[in-house]
Each structure stands twice: as C-alpha cells, then as structure tokens.
Design a protein around this ligand. Structure first.
Ligand SMILES: Nc1ncnc2c1ncn2[C@@H]1O[C@H](COP(=O)(O)OP(=O)(O)OP(=O)(O)O)[C@@H](O)[C@H]1O
Ligand SMILES: O=P(O)(O)OC[C@H]1O[C@H](OP(=O)(O)OP(=O)(O)O)[C@H](O)[C@@H]1O
Length: 222
C-alpha cells in the first residue's frame, strides 16, 4: 500500500497538520478555503496520511513539534504550526501567513509564595523547567541571569511544586493551569499564534498551488 502514497497526488500539495489542540481550527480554516476538512477529521487518529484527491491535497498528521522539520526537508510542502515552535526551532522555512488562531503567550512563572525577589536583576543561579530551551536561554541571557535549564516535555507546571525547579517557562492561554497549581506569571517572553509555513523549494516548484492556498487561506481568515 505504501507505493500508492508515493504515486498519487504528484502534482498536488502535501499539508502537515499538528495532531494536538490547533488541529480543529486548522481544519476548519482549510475547509472554508476549499482544501478538505471533514475527510481528515473522519480518519484522524487512525491514519497518519489522509489523501483527498478531489482537492489535490494530502494531509500528514504529525506531532506539533515535528511540523517544521517535515516542511524544512520537503516531506511536506506546507504546514501549520505555532509561532512558539518556529521561534524555538528556527528552521529554514517561509512563513507567509499568520493564521490568527491558537493564540497563547510564553511566560516565566513561579510559585505564588516564592520567597526570592520578583526583580530579575536580583536573581542568581535559578533552576528553570521548560520545553522551550532556546527561548528560555535567550530570555535569561539577555537579562544577564544565570539559569540552569531543565528540559521537560509536558506538565511543566509540576516542576516548581515538587522542588525540581524554581521557575518555569511555559505557554499560557486562559491562565487556569497556572492558577490551579498555585503559580503566578512574572514575565512575558512572547505572543504566539498559528502560522502557515512553506518549504523553500516547494515555493518555487509548486508556486501556483501554494500561492492559491495562501490566497484562499488569507481570504477566509476571520
Ligand atoms: N493552552 C493553549 N492555548 C492555546 N494555544 C496553545 C495552548 N497551548 C499550546 N498552544 C498552541 O498550540 C500548539 C500546539 O500545542 P499542543 O499542546 O497541541 O502540542 P504539544 O503537546 O505542545 O506538542 P508536542 O506533542 O509536539 O510536544 C502550541 O505550539 C501553541 O502554539
Ligand atoms: O493557560 P491555560 O489555558 O491553562 O493553558 C496553558 C496550558 O496549556 C498547555 O499545556 P497542554 O494542555 O498542551 O499540556 P502539556 O502540559 O502536556 O503541554 C501549556 O503547556 C499549559 O500547561
């Protein structure tokens, strides 16, 4: 069966989508723009490749953090991924569109009753748990604060509660996760929304298809 995946949709477009929380917004926009939608959701969680030949589109369902890699190497022509991930990974891809959904912020947070001074100038050698190693490193080094970064892949808010770290750098949207775990935001690092990213070679070899997609998505952005 694998060969059929490589022989169909030769002149179509391969779109990498993240399986997590921005999938439904991404599919809703793609559907409005005429690039499939329900077909992908119907197969979601069972298939990792979903072909929609009548739209000349192939969807890859990937981990959020893998999207830039697939697009950079041309395994997908385009992808949808959060700006936070793009800033963290700095892959060599075009980023033509802010898709406006998936809004969140990357922040520094600490326990509400933490005893160290809130002013970063007075911090010294703090432990920071995060999934965003590069962004956290950049943030603290700009302040001249020496930090020990501890990589965690999820549930980062737990780290300061059990003494693994002093601070966290993580995403916040509603603020509920921080609040329910007794943490408070102390600094904001960046805002993030979902972006369309495009492989540099595909932008040339599939110029018309990609410009059509970009145009359609731009038209249907709310
Ligand atoms: N609480 C949130 N509210 C809104 N958007 C969010 C929130 N958390 C994350 N996002 C955005 O959605 C993207 C996908 O998040 P999601 O939680 O689905 O993936 P993930 O678990 O971080 O990815 P991976 O599986 O690769 O580690 C994030 O990169 C960010 O841009
Ligand atoms: O401000 P809120 O609306 O509460 O959202 C913030 C939470 O959402 C994300 O976690 P996610 O649910 O993706 O789980 P994770 O901790 O496994 O990454 C993020 O890492 C925060 O933990």
């Amino acid at each position: 069966m694998a060969s059929s995946f490589t022989t169909t949709l030769a002149d179509g477009i391969t779109i990498a989508l993240p399986k997590g929380r921005i999938l439904s917004d991404a599919l809703a926009l793609l559907k409005k723009a005429g690039f499939g939608g329900d077909e992908v959701l119907a197969d979601y969680s069972r298939k990792l490749i979903v072909d929609v030949p009548e739209r000349r589109a192939r969807f890859l369902l990937l981990r959020n953090s893998d999207i830039p890699t697939y697009v950079e190497y041309g395994a997908a022509d385009v992808g949808i991924v959060g700006k936070d991930v793009l800033q963290e990974q700095l892959k060599d891809v075009y980023e033509p569109l802010d898709l406006q959904f998936g809004a969140c912020r990357l922040v520094v947070a600490r326990p509400r009753d933490y005893s160290r001074p809130a002013d970063a100038v007075n911090w010294s050698h703090i432990k920071v748990a995060t999934k965003y190693m590069r962004l956290a490193e950049d943030h603290f080094s700009k302040k001249g604060v020496q930090v020990e970064l501890i990589y965690l892949g999820g549930s980062v808010e737990l780290a300061p509660l059990i003494g693994l770290s002093d601070y966290i750098v993580d995403l916040v949207q509603t603020g509920r996760t921080l609040q329910e775990n007794g943490l408070v935001e102390v600094e904001e690092i960046m805002h993030s929304t979902a972006r369309l990213v495009v492989n540099r070679a595909s932008q040339k070899t599939k110029y018309e298809s990609i410009m059509h997609l970009v145009h359609q998505l731009r038209t249907y952005l709310s």
